[in-house]
Design a binder for this molecule. Structure first.
Ligand code: FES
Ligand code: MG
Length: 569
């Protein structure tokens, strides 16, 4: 692919160039504007995505920057993944958004592109798409929401949605107060403001080098976000001149830096799915064990909920990702290149020092290691994920009886029943909620505590599934069990009454059932019915990978061969 795809398109001789220019002039653009770098602004605005509701204004700021630097901005839409509104789960549509992003960047005459994202899946989708399209690109996030408030109490979406719902179900929070909190928990535009999936992925975008410093934490409604968007518009025009493409930034160094920042943030377990998916587009392997290895050598420095005490607004005032990366620099590869055209070390030299509370110093961390671990064993031969920093320490070494729910319908039917045979020490197992079984690996891994135990004061139990969970959630939750139950992983064969052992110290997750019995259960097993016979759902079921591979479609992994790019021109 040659540089200046956009300007070349308008400069073509003969009828092609004539048509390209004539139709574009119909939008009011003149010859001089078509000779400048053509910058796409990929806007995921939607009225079915509250997190992106300010993106029209954000896009205007990017445009100002592009114009200031002598480029021509052309805004275009791609699909928008509003976490709250998509069923069965937004994860089903992440790969669709990534394909939309990749194909629209590649198919349109763009010299460079600025991508606006924010809500959970939109950021990994944009990164996957831009990595595969490999046109000079820069990400601008929408930024986190302001803190929620009720009656003097600071609230976080959606860590407190879950906590307060549990209290309401337990009868310790009255219905009127529970209802009134709805008005004050989500106060502004922007994505969820604890260190959930959106905050994690937007912070990691900065760590990967794909956004300007500050992008991860500036609040959505702070004017500095508009100025960052404008600066990004200016910068992309220079990146086109430098031919600074994603393939020059998204290398192994960048991904290992992102893993280190992820560990120091105590970020969402969803990153353990999204980062391998993005890396897979760049021919970089990120095996699960690398998450554990890097987590073990990285102190957890961000004192942010759901693990710590603060939220994104405080993180921003404490210096945000630049301050965190400055403190982490000895553990990072400072030579990694970023969209600034400078290295991670050069960017860090301009960052403020951490404040010592919201962003801790390395010698006074929140915890000595990262927040997430990988466990393996007879129940999860290909691995499973646990955010142990947000778990109950006394449950991290736990051997107990399994209580099994076949799927979400079975869970809903039984969880509030007084007849459910369950004790506080039991291990709850939920299956058929993986990438294929879910389908789309819904965020249900932190499924509820049985109502009768809630009433007894129980607030946490070991819960195991092939699902994901929201980055804003907490508890002793084992997720992403692979292989998943729907493809015949051992999770499919667990029965109520079996013994399961979680042994975090030795990174083990075992099902204590003898091999002959397991074989008999396997022989009698029938795969679940496939929910989609046609359309995108069928493509998803036919080609989606398992969690350790990032749940990308098999045909989307790897770099696009150059000869195919050339054919397309
Ligand atoms: Fe968009 Fe939480 S709903 S990030
Ligand atoms: Mg979420």
């Amino acid at each position: 692919m040659t540089a200046r795809r956009g300007t070349n398109f308008f400069a073509e001789p003969g009828v092609s160039g004539f048509i390209h220019r004539a139709f574009t002039k119909s939008m009011g653009l003149g010859d001089d504007e078509l000779e400048r770098p053509i910058i796409g602004i990929c806007n995921t605005f939607s009225e079915l995505n509250n997190c992106h509701r300010h993106f029209r204004e954000l896009a205007e700021a990017v445009k100002r920057g592009v114009l200031q630097a002598g480029g021509t901005p052309l805004e275009f839409p791609t699909i928008s993944l509003g976490e709250i509104y998509l069923s069965p789960t937004s994860m089903l549509h992440r790969n669709l958004a990534a394909m939309d992003t990749e194909e629209m960047i590649r198919a349109q005459p763009l010299d460079g592109v600025v991508l606006l994202s924010g809500c959970d899946k939109s950021t990994p989708a944009a990164l996957m798409g831009l990595a595969s399209a490999d046109v000079p690109a820069i990400m601008v996030s929408g930024g986190p929401m302001l803190d929620g408030h009720y009656n003097g109490e600071r609230l976080g979406a959606c860590t407190d949605c879950r906590r307060l719902t549990a209290e309401n179900r337990a009868g310790t929070l009255d219905d009127a107060t529970y209802k009134a909190i709805e008005d004050g928990i989500v106060r502004s535009a922007g994505h969820c403001m604890v260190m959930g999936t959106a905050s994690t992925m937007n912070s990691l975008t900065e760590a990967l080098g794909m956004a300007l410093p500050g992008n991860g934490a500036i609040p959505a409604v702070d004017s500095r976000r508009l100025r960052l968007a404008q600066a990004s518009g200016r910068r992309i025009v220079a990146m086109v001149a430098e031919d600074l493409r994603p393939s020059k930034i998204l290398d192994r160094k960048a991904f290992e830096n992102a893993l280190t920042v992820f560990s120091a943030l105590g970020g969402s377990t969803n990153a353990v799915v999204h980062l391998p998916a993005i890396a897979g587009r760049c021919d970089v392997e990120l095996p699960l064990d690398l998450f554990d290895e890097i987590s073990e050598r990285t102190p957890l420095l961000a004192n942010l909920r759901p693990i710590g005490a603060h939220q994104m607004e405080a993180f921003f005032h404490a210096g945000g990702v630049p301050a965190l990366m400055r403190e982490l620099l000895p553990l990072l590869d400072g030579t990694a290149l970023t969209v600034t055209g400078r290295t991670v070390a050069e960017n860090a030299a301009e960052a403020p020092p951490p404040d010592g509370d919201v962003i801790r110093r390395r010698n006074e961390p929140v915890r000595p290691h990262g927040g997430t671990a990988i466990v393996r064993g007879s129940l999860a031969p290909d691995g499973a994920v646990i955010k142990h920093a947000a778990a109950s320490p006394e449950l991290l070494q736990h051997r107990a009886r399994a209580v099994v729910f076949e799927d979400l319908d079975d869970l809903r039917a039984k969880i509030d029943s007084d007849d459910l045979d369950v004790e506080p020490s039991d291990i709850l197992v939920l299956r058929s909620v993986g990438p294929i079984g879910g389908p789309g690996m819904p965020e249900v891994g932190n499924f509820p505590i049985p109502k009768k135990l809630l009433a007894q004061g129980v607030r946490d139990m070991v819960r195991i599934s092939d699902a994901r969970m929201s980055g804003t959630a907490y508890g002793t939750i084992v997720l992403h069990v692979a292989p998943e139950s729907a493809v015949g992983g051992p999770l499919a064969f667990v029965q109520t009454g079996d013994e399961i052992e979680l042994d975090l110290e030795n990174r083990r997750l075992d099902l204590h059932v003898d091999d002959a019995e397991l074989e008999a259960r396997r022989a009698a097993w029938q795969p679940p019915r496939r929910p989609y016979a046609r359309g995108y759902g069928r493509l998803f079921l036919d080609t989606v990978g398992q969690a350790p591979d990032g749940c990308d479609f098999d045909f989307l992994r790897g770099r696009t061969p150059v000869e195919i790019e050339d054919q397309a021109k």
